[in-house]
Design a protein around this ligand. Structure first.
Ligand code: SF4
Ligand code: SF4
Length: 372
């Protein structure tokens, strides 16, 4: 059966991607459970003994998702990490294979075989990064299958965590809010406990362990209050109504000749930082690095950025020479083209690009202007 990315049948999603990440069942599976905070370390250690555990870590002020050897390494942050989850599945630079001339032929050593086939559990992922994985899956696991991404992405259990409060730049509520549709378990801090929503059969198996207890209606009410409070704070700053898929795309499509592009083109420095921090940007360049006579070398891919001058340079011409054209392209490649192609936005409102832009360009403000 062929996978149709526009079809929202999650069983098909699971069958064809072979990924243990899913089922929109939070509304179908009955009441959640809870876990006492003083048992969370024991649970995470239990998880670490069964899976290769990834979780937020922080060093020298830089937080990211990293592999955990001991539960004490985990940083319990109130919000998302500075660096997204993307490099775990799609590293900034990756060697595909090595080639070497031998007896008139080239011998290949495929580095795909060296990627560990590990069963991962990622604890502490936020809604923006879980949605970003869904976007990357669309690009890398549907029409064109990326075997390197796939090998890392398969067998990944997602145990998400609601934010306690947002970072200044966040605007996930424009794209559905803090809790995404697809996860295995979802934790929300409700005081002495975490309320736990169950999103898959794998998640259900985990909550059958000794660490969890049944949640009450009052616990669930606390969870809802918590989510509402944080999301209201995000909305207060964002001032963007929920972008209804297609409606927002259609609005932006009408603005191809808007003076905003000229204005942003003058500000943008074409540094590409916004692309590199984005959890959904997936463009890359491929090059062969060889020795002087070309008898051996390696094929390497590295992240690319649509803001860079060379990005659209071909042997015939550069079809996006002007900065304003590149700024517009990025916005269209977030809010228009992916909607037309896959029915998703390629932005999850994580706000990382807003934090790093040296020119002070804020995609939340750009979006607000475009759809107002
Ligand atoms: S475009 Fe900006 S806000 Fe949207 S997902 Fe990428 S980094 Fe986050
Ligand atoms: S980070 Fe800012 S200045 Fe740099 S390319 Fe992106 S929009 Fe332009």
């Amino acid at each position: 059966m062929l996978f149709n990315p526009l079809k929202t049948n999650n069983e098909i999603f699971i069958t064809n991607y072979g990924i243990n990440f899913t089922k929109i069942v939070n509304s179908v599976m009955n009441m959640g459970v809870k876990i006492a905070k003083n048992r969370i370390s024991e649970f995470l250690d239990y998880l670490r003994r069964r899976y290769v555990l990834y979780a937020p870590i922080e060093k020298d002020g830089i937080s990211k998702i990293g592999k955990i050897e001991s539960v004490s390494e985990i940083a319990f942050l109130p919000y998302r990490t500075k660096i997204s989850v993307k490099p775990i599945f799609f590293p900034p630079e990756e060697k595909f294979f090595k080639f070497q001339k031998k007896d008139g032929w080239f011998e290949l050593e495929d580095y795909l075989l060296q990627i560990d086939e590990e069963e991962k559990a990622i604890f502490g992922l936020r809604g923006c990064d879980v949605r970003a994985l869904e976007v990357l899956d669309r690009y890398m696991l549907s029409e064109f299958q990326d075997p390197y991404y796939r090998k890392r992405r398969e067998n990944t259990l997602i145990i998400g965590l609601s934010c306690d409060y947002p970072r200044e730049s966040c605007f996930c509520t424009a794209f559905g809010g803090m809790i995404p549709n697809r996860y295995d378990l979802w934790f929300t801090d409700i005081g002495s406990h975490y309320f736990v929503d169950i999103g898959s059969e794998k998640g259900r198996e985990l909550v059958n362990s000794e660490f969890f207890e049944e949640a009450t209606k009052e616990d669930e009410a606390k969870k809802i209050r918590k989510i509402n409070t944080v999301e209201m704070e995000i909305n207060r700053r964002t001032k963007i109504d929920l972008c209804e898929i297609k409606k927002c795309a259609q609005e932006i499509k009408k603005k191809a000749n808007d003076p905003i592009w000229e204005e942003l083109g003058k500000l943008c420095l074409s540094c590409g930082k916004c692309n590199f921090v984005c959890p959904t940007c997936h463009c890359f360049d491929v090059k062969d690095v060889t020795n002087i006579d070309g008898s051996e070398g390696e094929r390497i891919r590295a992240w690319d950025s649509c803001h860079l001058y060379e990005y659209a340079k071909t042997s015939a011409e550069n079809f996006r020479k002007e900065r304003k054209a590149r700024v517009r392209y990025r916005i269209y490649d977030k809010f228009v083209f992916p909607v037309m192609r896959y029915g998703v936005y390629a932005c999850t409102g994580c706000g990382r690009c807003n934090e790093v832009c040296p020119a002070g360009i804020n995609i939340r403000d750009v979006l607000r202007r475009l759809i107002s």
